[in-house]
Each structure stands twice: as structure tokens, then as C-alpha cells.
Design a protein around this ligand. Sequence first.
Ligand code: PEP
Ligand code: MN
Length: 361
Amino acid sequence: MEQTTTTARNIDELFSKRPLIISGPCSAETEEQVLQTATRLAATGKIDMLRAGIWKPRTRPGSFEGVGTKGLPWLQTAKKITGLPVTVEVATGKQVEDALHFGIDVLWIGARTTVNPFSVQEVADALRGVKIPVLIKNPINPDLELWLGAMERVSKSGIEQIGLIHRGFSSYGNTEYRNAPMWHLAIEMKRRFPDTLMINDPSHICGRRDILQDVAQTAIDLDFDGLIVESHIDPDMAWSDAKQQITPERMGEMVANIRWRKEDTSSEEYHVNLEKLRQQINNLDDELMQILSQRMKVAEKIGQYKKDNNITILQTNRWNNILDRAYAKGEKLGLTKDFVTRYFDAVHMESIHHQNKIMKQ
Ligand code: PEP
Ligand code: MN
């Protein structure tokens, strides 16, 4: 996949352009800000579509909630000046009507809307009989069913061009990310819908500028179809999401700095070598399964022994012991603590399940 400048003449062509690069401010603030951002983004030659939030769904009241419908003509002008199509977020039927009235090219459903089937249905109903591409962000919480449900609702209203935006998932407690990427969830959606456009939103995953490039690169390495990134003429002064926005010029650099890789190559040697390595992985996975099955058999024996002696399944001390040993060993073997924790949790659950079966016999 090579980054190329837009040659798409209509929105259908654009929707199938890879990579698809969307950028623009978190929020439209003033006409001047929208037009300047748009012209400076267009000047980079790296952008395919402009974004701007007109109605902002804020988690807490009191934050800037968007300029509303009066910002839509600014986007029309931005489109006229740059030739770039425009996309906005919609969360209600009225917002869909207004966006369509002002010739918005693509709509997106935000993370706070995807979580709510009533809202998604309202948007879907307003879209009946309309031909427009709709991008659906993942829901705030890591629930693929909600993401799927939103796709189904929009699709049932007759919308044919549906794309997905992976913007990470909210989790309690401070992490390095504003929204944890949980890449495996986006990858699972890609697996289920291999032909559906899937772009990444590094801005809302990172919540800060310094790791944007890195997350964008990860997405491209995972074969995402494009990016949506927030940019602002004066990021620090932005009325919303100031910490994560970058200037249009920085946006252009970021796209230029991405290493675009090919998903496949016709080289014979590459395929032979890759096949060999994949076979090794398959063999190792088979061995792992064998060993895990043996481990469960031992657990069952322990279960039987505990049952005969009328002892509880779980002895907390023993479990802490296992974990401590595993962390120490994992560190030496180059396995992250996070992985060791999740792996042992899963093994432990399965083990308890096997022991329970014995106890209940
Ligand atoms: C946005 O794109 O500005 C936005 C509100 O994002 P999200 O729905 O991902 O929080
Ligand atoms: Mn934002």
C-alpha cells in the first residue's frame, strides 16, 4: 500500500481509496479556523477528506458542545475551496437531516452513540432512502456486539457504504492511552468483515500528540485501510481535545513518515520461508495444547484428591505462589507481566472448571 494523493473524482471512488486519510479539527470553532485548517491540510497533498465535529457529545456537561448547524455552511465553503469532501458526526435524526441539507459527503457515528441502540436506530431511520457513506466508531466499551448492532441497524436502513473506525476503548484507571486500543477487537471485526473499510483514529486512542505517529504506524502495519486524525491551526488553543490535536503541517509530515507496507508479495522465496515459519508456529501451538491438556488432567487428579480429603478447590496462597513463580520466569523469558497475568488467569479458570467437574461428580 503506497500513499498517493487523491485522484478520486467522486465519493464512491474515494470510499474505496486505500489508504483513506481523513483529517480536520475535533470541533469546528469559527469559520476562519475551519477554512484555514482545511486549506493548510489540502496544501500538504496528503489528505483525502476533511472532518469536523459540529455537535460534540461530551462526557461531562460544561465543556464546549459544538457550534451546531451554523458550522455546516463553513464546511461547504471548505469543500468548495479545497475540493475535498467533508464528514461530520451525527447522533440524532435532526442532525442527519441538517448534515444532508448542507451537502455533507460522509457521516460518522461517534463512540458515545454506538453504545446506545435507541440513538443508532434514530440515526438509521433518518438515513432511510438516502445514499451516503456512513462510518461507525467502535462503542466506548469493549463490546463487539454493540459495534455489530450499529452496523446492522445502519445497513437495514438501506445504507450500502459502511466503514468502521477503531478509536479504542474506555477503561478505568490511568493508562498510557486515553482509550486502550485493544487491537485484537478491531482485528476480530476485520476478520468478520474482511471487505469492510476499517480505519484507525489514533487521536482518540492516544489523547496526546507524542505517541500518535507510533499508533498510526501500528494500525498501518496491521493492515488498516486508513486513518482519521484531528488537526487544528493552533492545537493548544483548541476548544476541545487540545492535547491530542496537531497542526495541518505536522499531519502532513506524519502521513509522509509512515512506512507503507504491502500486504502481500509475489516473491516465491518469501512465501516459502513464511510457510516454514508458520508451520513452526502451528507445531508449537499443537504442543502447547497437548501440554495444557496434560496440565488439566493433573488438576483433575488434584481435584479428586481434595474431594477425598474434603478440601476447598481454591487455596489463595498456592495461587499467589504460582503467579510469583510465573512472573519471575516470564521476565527472564521475555514475556510481559500483562500477558503472564492474562494467560495464567485463563489457565486457572479452566483448571477450576475441571476441578469443579470432579467435585460435583
Ligand atoms: C470525535 O471524533 O471528535 C469524537 C467525539 O470521537 P469519539 O466518538 O471517538 O469519542
Ligand atoms: Mn475529538
